[in-house]
Design a binder for this molecule. Structure first.
Ligand SMILES: [Zn+2]
Length: 329
C-alpha cells in the first residue's frame, strides 16, 4: 500500500510545474528508443497477455504519440541513425520500435503511425511470417491458458524443472528454464494429441503477418529489422542453433525485401557475452534493452542500441508522461 502511494506521488512529481520541463530538457540532444510489442485492444488474444507479451491499445498508443509530437521531437529509424542523423542540443530524438512482428502492428500500429506521419522500426521474427502454426512460445501460452490442455502440458514438462528445485510450474518458469527446442517438440505433440491443428492454424492467421504486409510497410519507408527466426530463449539453445537462426532470419528478410536488414534485436533480451560478436558478423546494429539513451552519433559507438520497454498500461494519465520522460515507472 505504502509503495503504491509513493509510486503515485512519483507520477505527479514528473508533471509538477517546473519539473516536467526539467525532464524534457534532459532528453534533448539524445535519442530514446521506445520498444513496444503489440498494438491491439486489451484482452484481444488474451493467451499472449497470459504469457507476458505486452500490449498497448490503439487509443493509448495514440495518446503517447500525440504527447511526443508536441515536444521538440524528431523521429528517426535506426537506419537514419546509421546514416549519421542525430538530434541537435535542442531536439529530442525518438525511435519507435516493435519487437516480435505481430500482425496487429502492421495493421492498427502502422495505420496510427501513418496518421501521425511517424516512421518506425519493426524487428520481425521471420518464423512468424505466413506461419500456419503457432510459434513454440505462443503455443506454450495457449496450451497453458486452456484448462483442457494445461494438466497434460504440465505433466509433459514438469520433470525438466525438477533439477532446479522448483515445485510451482508457472508459465514463466517453463518458458525461461526449459530448453525452447524441447518445448517446441512437446507442445507440437500435445497439439496433435488433442486434435488442435485447425484451431491453431486459425489463431496463427490472426496474429502473424503475411509477406505482403511486411513488403507494404517496407515500401512505405518503415524499417524492417531482424528479431531472429524461431524466437528461442538464447540461454537454452546451442551456439550453433543461435548462429543458424541468425542466418535463417537474415536470408528470409533479404529474400523478401531485396536488401539486407541493418539491425537485430535479441529475443527476450537474452544473450551471452560472445553474442555481440556473433551477431556483428551479420548485422550493423544490435538492439538490447538496458534503459539507457543514445547520447552520441551511432557511427561513434559500437553499434549497440539501448532501448526502453513500454512498461504496461498506465493507471493514470500522469504515469504515461512519466514513462515517456523517464523511461520507466
Ligand atoms: Zn521478442
Amino acid at each position: 500500500m505504502i509503495k503504491r502511494v509513493i509510486n503515485r506521488c512519483k507520477d505527479y512529481l514528473v508533471v509538477l510545474p517546473g519539473f516536467e520541463h526539467r525532464y524534457i530538457d534532459r532528453l534533448k540532444g539524445k535519442v530514446s528508443c521506445l520498444l513496444y510489442h503489440r498494438v491491439e485492444d486489451y484482452g484481444e488474444h488474451a493467451f499472449l497477455d497470459h504469457g507476458g507479451s505486452p500490449v498497448i491499445s490503439e487509443p493509448d498508443f495514440d495518446r503517447e504519440l500525440t504527447y511526443l509530437k508536441q515536444l521538440p521531437t524528431q523521429f528517426y529509424t535506426l537506419a537514419d541513425l546509421y546514416a549519421g542523423h542525430f538530434p541537435d542540443k535542442d531536439t529530442i530524438g525518438i525511435v519507435i520500435c516493435f519487437d516480435d512482428g505481430f500482425k496487429c502492428n502492421y495493421d492498427q500500429g502502422l495505420r496510427l503511425l501513418n496518421r501521425h506521419k511517424i516512421q518506425a522500426v519493426f524487428f520481425q521474427c521471420t518464423g512468424f511470417i505466413d506461419s500456419k502454426f503457432l510459434n513454440w512460445e505462443h503455443l506454450l501460452y495457449w496450451l497453458h491458458q486452456n484448462p483442457k490442455t494445461r494438466p497434460a502440458l504440465i505433466e509433459r514438462l514438469k520433470f525438466k524443472l525438477e533439477p532446479t528445485g522448483r515445485h510451482a510450474v508457472s508459465i514463466r518458469d517453463m518458458r525461461d528454464i526449459i530448453d525452447s527446442k524441447f518445448i517446441e517438440a512437446q507442445t507440437l505433440l500435445l497439439a496433435e494429441e488433442f486434435g488442435l491443428r485447425k484451431e491453431i492454424k486459425k489463431l496463427a492467421s490472426q496474429i502473424y503477418p503475411d509477406q505482403q504486409m511486411i513488403i507494404n510497410a517496407f515500401n512505405q519507408g518503415f524499417e524492417i529489422a531482424s528479431h531472429g527466426h524461431g524466437h528461442y530463449k538464447r540461454d537454452t539453445i546451442s551456439d550453433e542453433l543461435f548462429e543458424f537462426d541468425l542466418v535463417q532470419s537474415k536470408s528470409a528478410l533479404c529474400g523478401l525485401l531485396g536488401q539486407a536488414p541493418k539491425s537485430y534485436s535479441y529475443p527476450f533480451n537474452s544473450y551471452t557475452p560472445k553474442d555481440h560478436d556473433r551477431v556483428g558478423q551479420f548485422f550493423n546494429m544490435i538492439a538490447n534493452v538496458d534503459l539507457a539513451r543514445i547520447d552520441q552519433p551511432v557511427s561513434e559507438t559500437s553499434g549497440l542500441i539501448p532501448r526502453l520497454t513500454w512498461p504496461g498500461k498506465s493507471t493514470n494519465r500522469y504515469r504515461m508522461k512519466r514513462w515517456l520522460l523517464t523511461g520507466k515507472f
